[in-house]
Write a protein that binds this ligand. Sequence first.
Ligand code: HEC
Length: 153
Amino acid sequence: MKRILIAASVFIGITGFNVAFAADEKMRHENHRHVMSMMDTRISLGLSAEMKQHQLSNMREHLEAINSIVGLMAENKFEEASGIAHAKLGLNPEMQRMCSMFGNEKFMELGMAFHKSGDDLGNALQTKDLNASLRALNKTMQYCVSCHAAYRQ
Ligand code: HEC
Protein backbone atom coordinates (compact mmCIF):
# COMPACT_ATOMS: atom_id res chain seq x y z
CA MET A 1 0.00 0.00 0.00
CA LYS A 2 2.77 2.34 1.01
CA ARG A 3 4.59 1.60 -2.21
CA ILE A 4 1.48 2.31 -4.25
CA LEU A 5 1.08 5.60 -2.44
CA ILE A 6 4.68 6.55 -3.14
CA ALA A 7 4.29 5.59 -6.81
CA ALA A 8 1.05 7.57 -7.04
CA SER A 9 2.53 10.67 -5.43
CA VAL A 10 5.58 10.48 -7.67
CA PHE A 11 3.25 10.25 -10.68
CA ILE A 12 1.16 13.21 -9.51
CA GLY A 13 4.35 15.12 -8.82
CA ILE A 14 5.66 14.50 -12.33
CA THR A 15 2.32 15.39 -13.94
CA GLY A 16 2.10 18.58 -11.90
CA PHE A 17 5.63 19.48 -12.87
CA ASN A 18 4.83 18.89 -16.54
CA VAL A 19 1.73 21.06 -16.40
CA ALA A 20 3.67 23.85 -14.70
CA PHE A 21 6.47 23.44 -17.21
CA ALA A 22 4.06 23.58 -20.19
CA ALA A 23 2.45 26.76 -18.83
CA ASP A 24 5.87 28.31 -18.36
CA GLU A 25 6.88 27.31 -21.88
CA LYS A 26 3.72 28.86 -23.30
CA MET A 27 4.38 32.12 -21.48
CA ARG A 28 7.98 32.18 -22.63
CA HIS A 29 6.84 31.55 -26.21
CA GLU A 30 4.34 34.41 -26.09
CA ASN A 31 6.91 36.75 -24.56
CA HIS A 32 9.34 35.78 -27.29
CA ARG A 33 6.77 36.57 -29.96
CA HIS A 34 6.03 39.90 -28.34
CA VAL A 35 9.73 40.81 -28.18
CA MET A 36 10.25 39.68 -31.77
CA SER A 37 7.43 41.91 -33.07
CA MET A 38 8.87 44.85 -31.12
CA MET A 39 12.25 44.20 -32.71
CA ASP A 40 10.64 44.22 -36.15
CA THR A 41 11.05 47.88 -37.02
CA ARG A 42 9.61 47.59 -40.52
CA ILE A 43 6.60 49.73 -41.36
CA SER A 44 3.37 47.83 -40.78
CA LEU A 45 0.68 48.09 -43.44
CA GLY A 46 -1.95 47.33 -40.80
CA LEU A 47 -3.75 44.82 -43.00
CA SER A 48 -7.01 43.06 -42.11
CA ALA A 49 -6.92 39.27 -41.72
CA GLU A 50 -8.50 38.85 -45.14
CA MET A 51 -6.09 41.22 -46.86
CA LYS A 52 -3.17 39.42 -45.22
CA GLN A 53 -4.17 36.10 -46.77
CA HIS A 54 -4.80 37.75 -50.11
CA GLN A 55 -1.38 39.44 -50.09
CA LEU A 56 0.50 36.32 -49.02
CA SER A 57 -1.10 34.20 -51.72
CA ASN A 58 -0.21 36.88 -54.26
CA MET A 59 3.35 36.89 -52.96
CA ARG A 60 3.66 33.13 -53.24
CA GLU A 61 2.65 33.51 -56.87
CA HIS A 62 5.42 36.08 -57.36
CA LEU A 63 7.93 33.60 -55.97
CA GLU A 64 6.57 30.83 -58.18
CA ALA A 65 6.88 33.14 -61.22
CA ILE A 66 10.55 33.86 -60.43
CA ASN A 67 11.18 30.15 -60.02
CA SER A 68 9.54 29.34 -63.38
CA ILE A 69 11.46 32.12 -65.14
CA VAL A 70 14.83 30.89 -63.84
CA GLY A 71 13.97 27.31 -64.83
CA LEU A 72 12.86 28.32 -68.32
CA MET A 73 15.97 30.47 -68.84
CA ALA A 74 18.12 27.45 -67.99
CA GLU A 75 16.27 25.55 -70.75
CA ASN A 76 16.68 28.40 -73.25
CA LYS A 77 12.91 28.89 -73.31
CA PHE A 78 13.06 32.69 -73.36
CA GLU A 79 9.72 33.23 -75.09
CA GLU A 80 7.87 31.31 -72.42
CA ALA A 81 9.81 33.02 -69.62
CA SER A 82 8.98 36.40 -71.15
CA GLY A 83 5.28 35.50 -71.18
CA ILE A 84 5.36 34.63 -67.48
CA ALA A 85 7.25 37.83 -66.60
CA HIS A 86 4.64 39.99 -68.33
CA ALA A 87 1.61 38.02 -67.11
CA LYS A 88 2.64 37.34 -63.51
CA LEU A 89 5.01 40.19 -62.63
CA GLY A 90 4.17 42.94 -65.11
CA LEU A 91 2.06 46.01 -64.44
CA ASN A 92 -1.36 44.72 -65.47
CA PRO A 93 -4.63 46.27 -64.19
CA GLU A 94 -5.01 43.56 -61.52
CA MET A 95 -1.57 44.29 -60.02
CA GLN A 96 -2.25 47.99 -60.21
CA ARG A 97 -5.49 47.55 -58.26
CA MET A 98 -3.83 45.24 -55.76
CA CYS A 99 -0.96 47.64 -55.01
CA SER A 100 -3.28 50.61 -54.52
CA MET A 101 -5.47 48.73 -52.01
CA PHE A 102 -3.05 49.12 -49.12
CA GLY A 103 -3.60 52.79 -48.41
CA ASN A 104 0.12 53.53 -48.29
CA GLU A 105 1.47 55.85 -50.97
CA LYS A 106 5.14 54.84 -50.71
CA PHE A 107 4.29 51.15 -50.70
CA MET A 108 2.14 51.64 -53.78
CA GLU A 109 4.95 53.48 -55.60
CA LEU A 110 7.38 50.69 -54.77
CA GLY A 111 4.85 48.10 -55.92
CA MET A 112 4.27 49.90 -59.22
CA ALA A 113 8.02 50.28 -59.85
CA PHE A 114 8.42 46.56 -59.09
CA HIS A 115 5.73 45.59 -61.61
CA LYS A 116 7.22 47.93 -64.17
CA SER A 117 10.52 46.10 -63.71
CA GLY A 118 8.57 42.88 -64.33
CA ASP A 119 7.63 44.21 -67.78
CA ASP A 120 11.25 45.28 -68.38
CA LEU A 121 12.24 41.72 -67.48
CA GLY A 122 9.70 40.40 -69.98
CA ASN A 123 11.18 42.67 -72.67
CA ALA A 124 14.77 41.64 -71.84
CA LEU A 125 13.81 37.95 -72.04
CA GLN A 126 12.23 38.60 -75.41
CA THR A 127 15.71 39.50 -76.78
CA LYS A 128 16.98 36.00 -75.68
CA ASP A 129 20.11 37.72 -74.35
CA LEU A 130 21.05 35.75 -71.23
CA ASN A 131 23.14 38.46 -69.56
CA ALA A 132 20.63 41.21 -70.25
CA SER A 133 17.90 38.92 -68.90
CA LEU A 134 19.87 38.15 -65.75
CA ARG A 135 20.50 41.85 -65.18
CA ALA A 136 16.78 42.54 -65.51
CA LEU A 137 15.94 39.62 -63.20
CA ASN A 138 18.41 40.97 -60.67
CA LYS A 139 16.74 44.37 -60.79
CA THR A 140 13.29 42.87 -60.28
CA MET A 141 14.53 40.80 -57.35
CA GLN A 142 16.09 43.88 -55.78
CA TYR A 143 12.52 45.20 -55.45
CA CYS A 144 11.51 42.00 -53.65
CA VAL A 145 14.38 42.47 -51.23
CA SER A 146 14.00 46.19 -50.61
CA CYS A 147 10.24 46.06 -50.10
CA HIS A 148 10.52 43.15 -47.66
CA ALA A 149 13.19 45.06 -45.77
CA ALA A 150 10.93 48.11 -45.40
CA TYR A 151 7.37 46.77 -44.96
CA ARG A 152 5.49 44.08 -43.10
CA GLN A 153 1.85 43.18 -42.94
C1 HEC B 1 6.05 46.50 -52.74
C2 HEC B 1 6.39 45.52 -51.73
C3 HEC B 1 6.71 44.10 -52.05
C4 HEC B 1 7.36 43.61 -53.16
C5 HEC B 1 7.93 44.39 -54.35
C6 HEC B 1 7.43 42.19 -52.99
N1 HEC B 1 6.86 41.81 -51.83
FE1 HEC B 1 6.72 39.92 -51.09
N2 HEC B 1 5.84 40.61 -49.41
C7 HEC B 1 5.57 41.93 -49.12
C8 HEC B 1 5.03 42.05 -47.79
C9 HEC B 1 4.63 43.34 -47.09
C10 HEC B 1 4.99 40.75 -47.26
C11 HEC B 1 4.58 40.34 -45.85
C12 HEC B 1 5.85 40.31 -45.01
C13 HEC B 1 5.62 40.30 -43.52
O1 HEC B 1 4.57 40.77 -43.01
O2 HEC B 1 6.55 39.85 -42.81
C14 HEC B 1 5.50 39.85 -48.30
C15 HEC B 1 5.60 38.48 -48.18
C16 HEC B 1 6.15 37.65 -49.14
C17 HEC B 1 6.25 36.20 -49.02
C18 HEC B 1 5.75 35.36 -47.87
C19 HEC B 1 4.52 34.59 -48.35
C20 HEC B 1 3.90 33.69 -47.29
O3 HEC B 1 3.02 32.91 -47.64
O4 HEC B 1 4.31 33.76 -46.11
C21 HEC B 1 6.89 35.76 -50.14
C22 HEC B 1 7.27 34.31 -50.50
C23 HEC B 1 7.17 36.91 -50.97
N3 HEC B 1 6.69 38.05 -50.33
C24 HEC B 1 7.80 36.85 -52.20
C25 HEC B 1 8.09 37.95 -52.99
C26 HEC B 1 8.88 37.89 -54.21
C27 HEC B 1 9.51 36.64 -54.78
C28 HEC B 1 8.92 39.16 -54.69
C29 HEC B 1 9.60 39.67 -55.92
C30 HEC B 1 9.50 38.92 -57.15
C31 HEC B 1 8.18 40.01 -53.76
N4 HEC B 1 7.69 39.23 -52.75
C32 HEC B 1 8.03 41.36 -53.93
C33 HEC B 1 5.78 43.00 -49.96
C34 HEC B 1 6.41 42.95 -51.20
